[in-house]
Design a protein around this ligand. Sequence first.
Ligand SMILES: Nc1ncnc2c1ncn2[C@@H]1O[C@H](COP(=O)(O)OP(=O)(O)O)[C@@H](O)[C@H]1O
Ligand SMILES: [Mg+2]
Length: 244
Amino acid sequence: MTNNRVIEVKDIIAGYTRDVDVLCGISLHTDAAEIVTLLGPNGCGKSTLLKTIAGYIRPRLGKILFEGKDVSRIAVHDKIRRHGLGFVPQTENVFTSLSVHDNLRVGGHYLDDNACRRRIETLCTLYPVLERKLSASAASLSGGERQILALARALMPEPTILLLDEPSAGLSPKMLDEVFEAIQQIRAKELVTILMVEQNAMEALRISDRAYVLSMGTVAITGPADALMNDERMRELYLGGRPA
Ligand SMILES: Nc1ncnc2c1ncn2[C@@H]1O[C@H](COP(=O)(O)OP(=O)(O)O)[C@@H](O)[C@H]1O
Ligand SMILES: [Mg+2]
């Protein structure tokens, strides 16, 4: 194991009920300040894997390490508070009944008032769209703005690990570019390690260092992002087969 390994998942078996395994022995890792993407067809276990790494689901077997520490049995709130985790779930990732500002405050509820205020200022500088809409209701934001708010909310406690579940879901190509730009900025500015699930495979690979393709609860393909973009198997999966 190298010492810049940030997430290490070893032979994870997990599911929602005792008799059905959704994850059937998954291993992966991320290094410091990498962007790593998880791809794969609907229902193959991508969200389940992120929820297991986050701590919403306890693995039946296997281990999860954050920076070398065994966090396999640590619940999500403790991982957020003590182990540098930020998590943006696939759905319902902002509080639409609250303002943009108050969404950020909720993300910073472990910080004292001063630290929270400073962190909101920092994130507003990084993502000016939030500053412009700080007192607006989160319900009034566009899809792209909401994703950036969800990202910023998870970033409030200055996580070292960020898990993002389909940050570009439902966005137009232009908004997708903006959200991916926001993700790259946070990696560049704060050296956060990012593990994200994406449906937009080729666009996600363009901003990623490496990727894992899941199939039926196992890792089917893995490699550097640029190699996967040119991989025949990826073309078959995502571009509807090889040319005749
Ligand atoms: N809350 C849940 N309870 C029971 N089964 C679930 C639940 N969420 C997902 N599943 C099942 O787990 C499998 C993997 O789902 P999921 O991880 O959401 O896939 P993906 O994110 O790759 O589309 C699917 O068969 C799905 O039906
Ligand atoms: Mg999913």
